[in-house]
Design a protein around this ligand. Structure first.
Ligand code: NDP
Length: 676
């Protein structure tokens, strides 16, 4: 059996010696061997910083996003092969889809976020310009730029595909290369994934490396510019967090660790309600998907004390229908745990849980399986426990990382909140109820201890993705025992790999640095109207000043009749004057906007394709009949879309009156054609 290869410093390398065997979770056969003897981890980190980082930083966010999408499409063509390897980890086809397709979905989601929420540039502008001086010559802007190190990822065994892709996507989009270190038990699946990535040639060389085997001295070599993202047990997280190099260099360390997640049944959810059925179904799903080896799985099922019997009976009935066995058999609903050692670990944890509870379903020592040998494969029955004393510590502290959950009674929303918090920090929780009062108390009370909370009921059940599904746009982390991190969701996760810097400068300098026109920077009034310019010919700062136009009482009345907006402030002199903000009738804000457009547009067919909205609109000074309006339109930001024949242009619009006061300010968003 060959030793799994690592991809380090630009080449595939095999660790020395015979290596340790990795076994098929279902049959116990050897799948591969693993060894990291003699591999140079320090050189690999240096290679990522020297080769991968610069190659990524040359690309804009949109170009990186396009590569993530291309990669996801490529990997999708190989999913059958990945499913087949995934089955060897004990996963059913449904489990594999969760891991494999979930991973691809994460790449697609980050690609889409990158194109929609980030600029087609290498600098990310964070937040608004902050004025620092009264005269407007000294302002500040926060910008984010990628760290120059390597995003080191240390993963758990249970998601060998989704785990690395969940971390790779935000790091890559930020412009940071990754070094993937899978957990040993299922490293053969991650190794094949990385082989597919490298063989595709889609990502720049050096942007992804793979270390199959133990981390060894890897963390000794991390520096200030590296990031470490860990997924695994809280114990390992606690050790790695205080690794001397991590501490000395203040390395960003994000942990997603184990978590005793709760699901709370609302008191309104009596048997026969949709919520009762949803609760029971969800609990059984969470116990059996990936054989309960999901960091977000429900470990503690909080149930109103007077509903314990009903819930116990309904869950037992459902669990009795779960067929355990070889995932290759289509009737099998639950496969094996990842390894025999993992099964022993779960049995040990069960012993602890049984000090405070009793078994309602399942036998830790025996399970009937189909098409497999129950002892050679890491099979375990789903186990439902009951702990009648909610004050006991065990169910709130012991995580059996397998198909195990405990029913715990509670009385009232306050106690539910208190018990939820006894997990000391969780990734995901859920409350199943249609009672808004109960839900609000529980969500607000439990939120400080949770990364994510699902409110499930008859209204959202059909579309709900379920208690524990990872959603790339939402944070995936949690306080305390869950790791203390919350960075992987959406652009938030991307920014975790970037340094935020406050740049204090004059407006023209900020414009030069960020590529966005900042009020107070120079404007260029060109002979050609900016609406006559294609995207490539426009420059940030290109301006048209149009007006003045006098606003008359007839205009206001005409607009009121024409649109039907006869609000008193425009139509009733006396009532308008009584309004503390006005001295008499005022023009409609929408009239001001319409007249502004009438002033600055160039009407002939040309490269401007569409107006797709306004942002940051504020009416600052009332416009009275007789006032004269001038509109100043300035190109603020140009966003060419990769692979499209047009891009987006954001314009700064400042509408002023005859005294030079701003009456309205906003950003106008348009689509503008590129040259043919
Ligand atoms: P471990 O903490 O044992 O291992 C996790 C990873 O850490 C593995 O890659 C392991 O490598 C590595 N590791 C262990 N020791 C060191 C070290 N000294 N230096 C560097 N790396 C090290 O967790 P498990 O693999 O047993 O995973 C199960 C646990 O993970 C459960 O408790 C579960 O709750 C949690 N988990 C959390 C998730 C989350 O998103 N929050 C997701 C999935 C699981 P090696 O394999 O080489 O030892």
């Amino acid at each position: 059996m060959s030793v799994l290869r690592s991809y380090l410093s630009g080449s595939w390398q095999e660790g020395g010696g015979e290596g340790a065997p990795l076994r098929d979770a279902v049959t116990g056969e050897e799948v591969a061997r693993i060894s990291t003897e003699g591999l140079d981890r320090s050189a690999a980190l240096e290679y990522g910083r020297r080769v991968g980082g610069p190659a990524l930083r040359e690309l804009t966010f949109h170009q990186r996003a396009a590569l993530l999408k291309a990669l996801a499409s490529h990997l999708r063509e190989h999913r059958e092969e990945l499913y087949a390897l995934s089955a060897r980890t004990g996963a059913t086809l449904g489990d594999s889809r969760f891991d494999v397709d979930g991973g691809f979905g994460t790449l697609f989601a980050f690609s889409s976020k990158g194109r929609r929420e980030m600029p087609n540039d290498t600098v990310y502008v964070d937040g608004a310009v902050e004025p620092l001086g009264k005269g407007g010559t000294f302002v500040a802007q926060h910008i984010c730029t990628p760290l120059h190190g390597v995003a080191v990822q240390i993963n758990a065994f249970n998601f060998p595909v989704w785990g690395p892709l969940e971390k790779l996507a935000p790091a890559f989009l930020a412009g940071m290369p990754s070094l993937v270190k899978p957990a040993e038990q299922t490293a053969y699946l991650t190794a094949r994934l990385v082989e597919l990535i490298v063989e595709s040639g889609i990502l720049p060389e050096g942007s992804v490396q793979l270390l199959t085997g133990e981390a060894g001295d890897l963390l000794d070599h991390v520096t200030e510019q590296d990031v470490v993202a860990f997924t695994g047990s809280a114990d390992t997280a606690a050790r790695l967090r205080v690794h001397p190099a991590v501490v000395r260099h203040a390395v960003r360390f994000n942990a997603e660790a184990d978590s005793l997640n709760v699901s709370i049944l609302g008191p309104d959810a009596a048997p026969g309600t949709p919520e009762f059925d949803l609760y029971v179904k969800q609990l059984v799903t969470e116990m059996t998907v990936k054989a309960g080896q999901k960091c977000t799985a429900i470990r503690r099922a909080l149930v109103p004390a007077d509903r314990m019997e009903d819930v116990a009976e309904a869950v037992r009935a459902r669990l009795a229908k779960v067929t355990v066995g070889n995932p290759a058999n289509p009737d099998v609903r639950m496969g094996a745990l990842a390894t025999l050692e993992q099964r022993e670990e779960v049995r040990r944890s069960l012993k602890g849980l049984l000090d405070a509870g009793t078994i309602l379903f399942g036998d830790p020592a025996h399970v009937d399986v189909v098409d497999a040998d129950a002892e050679r494969g890491a099979f375990l029955s789903p186990i439902l426990l009951r702990a009648d004393d909610p004050a006991r510590a065990e169910p709130h502290e012991i995580e059996a990382f397998g198909p195990v959950s405990t029913l715990i009674p509670y009385e009232g929303a306050e106690q539910a909140v208190e018990l939820a918090a006894r997990g000391r920090g969780s990734l995901a929780g859920s409350v199943v109820s249609a009672d808004p009062g109960f839900v609000r108390t529980v969500v607000v009370g439990a939120a400080p201890w949770h990364g994510r909370l699902l409110v499930l009921n008859g209204t959202d059940a059909k579309e709900s993705t379920g208690h524990g599904s990872p959603l790339p746009m939402l944070v995936h982390g949690g306080p305390g025992r869950a790791g203390g991190g919350e960075e992987m969701g959406g652009v938030r996760g991307v920014l975790h790999h970037m340094q935020r810097t406050a740049v204090q400068a004059d407006p023209a300098m900020l414009t030069a640095i960020t590529g966005r026109w900042v009020p107070g920077a120079g404007r260029t009034v060109t002979t050609d109207h900016p609406f006559r310019k294609h995207l490539e010919d426009l420059r940030v700062g290109d301006t048209v000043v149009a007006g003045p136009r006098r606003v008359t009482l007839e205009d206001v009345e005409h607009f009121a009749e024409f649109t039907g907006d006869t609000f008193y402030a425009h139509m009733d002199e006396e009532a308008a004057a009584a309004n503390p903000f006005f001295d008499g009738r005022v023009a409609h804000g929408y009239l001001v906007l319409s007249f502004a457009a009438g002033l600055f547009v160039d009407p002939d067919p040309g490269p401007v394709l569409a107006n797709y909205g306004l942002e940051n609109l504020r009416f600052l000074t009332p416009v009275y009949p007789g006032d004269e309006m001038t509109a100043t339109l300035t190109a603020k930001q140009l966003i060419p879309r990769e692979g499209a024949d047009h891009g987006e242009v954001r314009w700064d619009v400042d509408v002023t009156n005859q005294k030079g006061e701003s009456v309205a300010k906003y950003d106008l968003l348009t689509l503008v054609a590129k040259r043919a």
